[in-house]
Design a protein around this ligand. Structure first.
Ligand code: ADP
Length: 621
């Protein structure tokens, strides 16, 4: 086309599919009109990135000194809006070829499918279409695009369209390179012509655009996309500021990961582990912790497809070039790109935690104290990384001080040669566990017992049957295969007396108990109850009862300590048959006492009354 012709305003028809597309945009996307701003910012940011690339590669451009920035102007009275960038701009050909046609054949196929299925289109699909710019037609009837390419000797052009069937292009006057898009809002969207409102919308997603954004000459974005910087170029203060900004946390993070992944998947990411967990770890961390960006523009605020549930304590951003802007939820959910990103993030986070566990134990313990409950659930959700997670889980134990943790690895390392299994006890708290009579044997014999005091343990630990070839066994389950220490010179009842006494116990207790046995593990207490081999873990039972009030606990096995003086006294009573009433009462009291400690005594009144009766007898002169 000769210069003489291009100076005149020319009219161009949109192609048929473009008309369809425009129609769809205008009529299907009206529910989220504010997306136009994000699309325009995104285009400006792209254009600025391109020109920046030319600058850094020393390509000749016009207005080389123009500051890379985005200017937005709004005027309430005139209901007007404009956005101007000093980016790459467009030549006339580009205006025709890039702004006037449907971007890809995929778009058209997608459109056809949508039309055939009769589904409505939502704003998340705009980016997939590659028609972001056209979203402005939701809020305006006519758009003007003035642009001047960064190419040396370029001319400036003005493109105008009502978004219906055609557009015009004419030459115009524009001093600097870049693009200015202006329009008046439709009456129903006039409230967008307000700098406060625009800034507000901007805040949500464009704070990390790498270029300054001004709204009515005021700076509207504060933080740059620091995850794009080279690691060595970022100060820790900047990282911390960024964390505080995105997390609303007042404290610095416990630690962070800066990822720059290139290869068959490309993304940059800054991920933070906070110091303190929210009040409800499982509820409060679910969604908006890690934001997904596509080329510095936020495309998803939540991280449900990006971060596995057990790592949802993470905060931060993931920015990938491999996903188009505004991919819909359905698309990301099944996207192999998301799956790859998730896998890389998972293994990097596990590697970081492993490094802490290895070299910065205090830091790791802090992490585990805060987020361990959630983290452990990875045991039954991430089978690929189960071994790594297993190495990273921690417990207090009978050999750790309160608040100190043991790993399974350290447990096994300090096992005695004759010990074949890993032992644990469950309870509501360390204090409660320490009073558990079933623990006595283990303490006395210096055998370590892991304390499962976190309710989550009951749900996740069953997924871990063994570690390092050793079974993980509850001390509360009967039939522990441990021999009572022989060097203890405490006299026990003879086998015959024991057997007789046990018969009497069974007579008195009847079907309240599954069995009565001579205990191998009691040292200081006269008796305790344990769960039979097939029974549920007592803590688990407690949970079941909370969920279902009709759930009945399994019958317990009563274990008696035949070295204990009380049991010996009862044996004498049993043999002499002098006071069978007292014997019966004592047996019932012992059983109920053990059930009380177990947390399963329903009728405490009887227990207390009987106690009073027994004390009366004991104090009678
Ligand atoms: P997309 O950005 O997904 O390619 P758009 O419809 O938003 O789709 O834009 C179409 C094309 O128009 C862009 O690819 C770009 O070439 C051009 N364009 C849009 N806005 C600008 C701008 N501010 N500066 C330079 N080119 C632009």
């Amino acid at each position: 086309m000769s210069d003489g012709v291009s100076a005149i305003k020319q009219e161009y028809e949109f192609k048929a599919e473009m008309k369809q597309l425009l129609n769809l945009i205008i009529h299907s996307l009206y529910t989220h009109p504010e997306v136009f701003l994000r699309e325009l910012i995104s285009n400006s940011s792209d254009a600025l990135n391109k020109v920046r690339f030319k600058k850094v590669t020393n390509t000749e451009i016009i207005s080389p000194d123009a500051e890379l920035r985005i200017n937005i102007l709004v005027n309430k009275e005139q209901k007007s809006f404009s956005i101007e960038d000093t980016g790459i701009g467009m030549t006339k050909e580009e205006l025709i070829n890039q702004l006037g046609v449907v971007a890809s054949s995929g778009t058209l196929n997608f459109l056809k499918q949508v039309k055939e299925s009769g589904k409505s289109i939502d704003e998340n699909m705009i980016g997939q279409f590659g028609v972001g710019f056209y979203s402005v037609f939701m809020v305006t009837d006519e758009v003007s695009v003035e642009t001047r390419s960064a190419e040396p000797f370029s001319k400036s052009y003005k493109w105008v369209s009502n978004g219906e069937s055609s557009y015009t292009i004419e030459e115009t006057e524009k001093d600097t390179r870049g693009t200015k898009i202006s329009f008046k809002f439709k009456d129903e969207f006039a409230d967008f012509a307000d700098d406060y409102k625009i800034k507000n919308i901007l805040q949500k997603y464009s704070n990390f655009v790498e270029f300054p954004i001004f709204v009515n000459n005021e700076r509207a974005n504060t933080i740059e996309a620091i995850w794009h910087k080279k690691k060595d170029d970022i100060k820790i203060e900047e990282i911390n500021e960024f964390y505080k900004f995105i997390s609303n946390d007042f404290q610095e993070p416990l630690g962070y990961l800066h990822l720059n992944i290139e290869g068959n998947i490309n993304f940059k990411s800054l991920l933070f582990i906070p110091q303190i967990a929210p009040a409800n770890l499982f509820r409060d961390f679910q969604d908006k912790s890690v934001h997904l960006y596509s080329n510095k523009i936020l495309i998803r605020e939540d991280s449900t497809d990006l971060i596995p549930e057990y790592l949802r304590f993470l905060r931060g951003v993931v920015d990938t070039e491999d996903l188009p802007l505004n991919v819909s939820r359905e698309v990301t959910q099944n996207s192999p790109i998301m799956a790859k990103i998730r896998n890389v993030i998972t293994s990097k986070v596990l590697a970081l935690l492993d490094e802490w566990a290895d070299k910065e134990n205090d830091k790791y313990n802090k992490f585990f104290e805060q987020f361990g409950s959630l983290f452990k659930t990875g045991l039954n959700s991430d089978f690929t990384n189960k071994d790594k997670i297993t190495e990273l889980i921690r417990f207090e134990s009978s050999k750790s001080a309160k608040g100190e943790f043991r790993s399974l690895n350290s447990y096994v390392a300090s096992m005695k040669p004759e010990q074949k299994e890993i032992y644990y006890a469950t309870g509501n708290s360390r204090e409660q566990l320490e009073r558990n009579p079933n623990l006595e044997y283990f303490i006395k014999n210096d055998i370590e017992v892991l304390y499962f005091t976190d309710p989550v343990d009951l749900f996740v630990m069953p997924y871990l049957f063994e570690y390092d070839g050793k079974k993980i066994v509850s001390i509360e389950k009967a039939e522990l295969n441990i021999d009572k220490k022989t060097d203890e010179k405490v006299e026990s009842l003879s086998e015959e007396s024991s057997d007789d006494l046990i018969i009497e116990f069974k007579n008195v207790l009847g079907d309240k108990v599954e069995d009565v046995l001579v205990s191998k593990r009691l040292v200081d207490s006269p008796a305790s109850v344990v769960v039979g081999k097939e029974g549920l873990d007592p803590q688990m039972e407690k949970m079941m009862k909370m969920m279902d009030k009709d759930f009945s606990a399994s019958k317990r096995i009563l274990e008696i300590n035949t070295s204990h003086q009380l049991i010996k006294n009862l044996s004498s009573l049993n043999i002499s048959k002098t006071n069978s009433e007292l014997l019966k009462n004592c047996i019932t009291q012992i059983y109920e006492g053990a059930m009380l400690i177990d947390g399963n005594l329903n009728n405490t009144t009887d227990f207390v009354n009987r106690m009073a009766e027994l004390m009366t007898i004991a104090t009678n002169k």
